[in-house]
Design a protein around this ligand. Structure first.
Ligand code: RBF
Length: 162
């Protein structure tokens, strides 16, 4: 039995009135596509309407915090929750460490600056194999698709803590 993951959902949430933003980086696009699709299908399973899911992109994960800020403040102030999605895979230089840490802190802080929920849709993986498994792609080692968790977390945060 899996121990990790969101666990049992704690209430029956009706997402039919919610507006949700998804901003995804374009690096590691195959993995991103699976995560975004998993996220969208989970949102829909809570009743979020297709027309109320706004998908936008940015170049890479480093750009996610600023893109999220401007999305909320300028492009779509009507949304209830934003899910920034990125996939960082460790390479041979220090980029991974700097981007992972700074983006994580920036997203955390942004919630308090904007007073809005922001979901942590960032995979920080040591190998491509780890990232594929966490997007539910790698059949052999497949875990569940983490994008689904982010969709469920968004609905709960938007409705319970509105
Ligand atoms: N962006 C990602 O979203 N995932 C990555 O794994 C990733 N790796 C990078 C590795 C290097 C060496 C560089 C220079 C950039 C990388 N980026 C990655 C892009 C980064 O988040 C950003 O979009 C660019 O640096 C432009 O600001």
């Amino acid at each position: 039995m899996a121990v990790k993951g969101l666990g049992q959902i704690d209430a029956k949430y009706d997402g039919s009135k919610l507006k949700v933003g998804i901003i995804h980086a374009r690096w590691n696009d195959k993995i991103i596509a699976a995560l975004v699709n998993g996220c969208i299908s989970k949102l829909k399973s809570f009743g979020v309407l297709e027309e109320n899911i706004i998908v936008e992109t940015c170049p890479g994960s480093f750009e996610l915090p600023y893109a999220t800020k401007r999305f909320y403040e300028h492009l779509h102030p009507e949304v209830d929750v934003v899910i920034p999605i990125g996939v960082l895979i460790k390479g041979s230089t220090m980029h991974f460490e700097y981007i992972s840490e700074s983006v994580t802190h920036a997203i955390m802080n942004l919630q308090f600056q904007l007073n809005k929920p922001i979901i942590f849709g960032l995979l920080t993986c040591l190998t491509e194999e780890q990232a594929l498994a966490r997007a539910g792609i790698d059949e052999a080692k497949s875990m569940h698709n983490h994008g689904e968790d982010w969709g469920a977390a968004a609905v709960e945060m938007a409705l319970k803590y509105e």
